[in-house]
Design a protein around this ligand. Structure first.
Ligand SMILES: [Zn+2]
Length: 198
């Protein structure tokens, strides 16, 4: 089980990757002098980071890695995001995809990570199957869940976070660079639209 930091990074990466698809991105285009927050996608990107980490809230209810870690939950997130997008007059398919992809990365990371707490893995097909799935790839180290403030737990979690940032950080940076370029590409189009004489 990766840390919330790794999950949030993956959520941001999924949102930015989905938003690179061709289509109606212009509504989110922020001019170059806009704040970093705006250029990063503002509240929607924050929401996707939160969605990436959200499935582990099930720890509070002692039903870890079942319903919240399923494809069913991913579909539900897409439907709710689509409803909110319709309500806000935003591109429905794009926002549903960004949110579902961000949430979906959580399942992917958990599937790829180490899990020393049996039953190992995630109930990805809940409620249609109660099978547990794990890749055994052990790409992301185990995090400590209990006695978080002991030095052993803190070292374990620090090690996990370093691994997550080393693996996901370059992906996020690469997507940011592509995104900045893509968004910059819109600027001349927009200014032509606003100043047809030029
Ligand atoms: Zn999880």
């Amino acid at each position: 089980m990766p840390s919330p930091i790794g999950h949030a990074l993956a959520g941001i990466a999924a949102a930015w990757a989905a938003d690179l698809l061709p289509g109606d991105r212009v509504w989110r285009t922020a001019p170059a002098p806009a704040s970093l927050y705006k250029r990063a996608g503002g509240g929607l990107t924050v929401a996707c980071a939160a969605l990436g980490a959200a499935p582990d809230l099930d720890l509070l209810f002692a039903t870890h890695r079942t319903a919240t870690h399923s494809v069913t939950a991913v579909v539900l997130v897409a439907l709710v995001a689509a409803a909110l997008a319709i309500n806000a007059g935003r591109p429905v398919a794009r926002i549903a995809l960004m949110c579902a992809a961000a949430y979906g990365t959580h399942l992917l990371l958990d599937w790829l990570g180490v899990d020393n707490y049996p039953p190992r893995g995630i109930q990805a097909l809940w409620p249609f199957s109660d099978a547990w799935f794990i890749s055994e790839a052990d790409l992301f180290p185990q995090t400590a869940r209990h006695e978080l403030w002991t030095s052993a737990s803190m070292l374990k979690n620090l090690n996990a976070i370093v691994h997550e940032v080393a693996m996901l950080g370059p992906i996020v940076v690469a997507l940011w660079l592509v995104r900045v370029k893509a968004v910059a590409g819109f600027a001349p189009q927009l200014s032509r639209r606003h100043h047809p004489a030029q």
